[in-house]
Design a protein around this ligand. Sequence first.
Ligand code: PRE
Length: 358
Amino acid sequence: MSEESGEKGAQKPVVTFLGPVASYTHQATLSAFPNSTHTLTPTTTIEDVFASVQSGAAARGVVPFENSSNGSVVFTLDLFADVQAKYPDIVVCAESYVPVQHCLLGHARSDQQHATSLSSPGNAGGAGRRAGTGVIPSPLSSGAVTPTPSIPNPTKPTARPLSDLSRITKLYSHPQAWGQCKVFLNTYLKGVERQDVSSTSRAAQIVAEDESGESAAVSSAFAAEVCGLGVLARGIEDRVDNTTRFLVIKRRGDGRADGKDGADGEWKTLVSFTVDHANPGSLAHSLAVFEKYELNLTSINTRPSGVENWNYIFFVELKGRREEGTLDGPVNEALRELDPVCRSWRWLGSWESRLPQR
Ligand SMILES: O=C(O)C(=O)C[C@]1(C(=O)O)C=C[C@@H](O)C=C1
């Protein structure tokens, strides 16, 4: 992403992001839009980000799109699907990859309390608050995981608790985070109730407000600092290379794409389309137009169409660029040929790839 997005003038351009502050989305936003040149405004939901950009209240918005181990952020895909036509002008103009290292945050116990709890007979015997749930008491455990039907081949968690977790009865996080920390959570906090909230930093805020000490959040070390929480475990994600891709959105026609014009960098394009499911070959014919113009499809996602059960909207990402305001180039050619073979389609933006080169 470049810093060139947003309007010029006396006022700093507004960039909205999924907040509150200290979310991973905030980190992605800071990496692209410094505070010194932009007004960064947190919103409560991903939909709020779309709404503020669509209305023009914000010049740019930053939303999570996909995680390397847990897949697509379906909330964002559904907003791009835009069944109610609320966000017709939203297009993607940049992307950012952020390494995500999750922590378990809570109220750290005093040394005295901690020592007492670790030496209590309940914990030494593996019982304690979650007796019978198969929880391995921490931090005395071996870190081994018992196979379950959902995890037939478990790996050991790489992280170990830094504090006693036996009093934790409720976990808060964004739903995307659970799937990124399966091994740690199933090992040390199996059976503990999980509450989905709007973001990982919101989870940290809620836990900070709960002085009982019985709740914990899957969130970031940054959020621990901002909310004054302790880090009960660090690096609890299943994979050390856990990374989330964020997209920057803008209104169509609002300035050029946030890349360097004329740069040799690789470009990506996102297109959505629906097909007539009763017509054999309609999906295959739709995909074939991209092959005809040698456009390399790098991903396909589907979501329920929202119109009729068992009908889908397809999202394809491809290598290539459609410049706003032109009708030339292979992406435009392919879209022209897509038109008669699909039911509906929408160009959702072209931007310069920021995928780190290996
Ligand atoms: O930005 C945040 O903190 C979020 O809660 C969102 C989100 C996501 O939806 O992917 C961002 C990064 C992590 O992958 C987990 C959650």
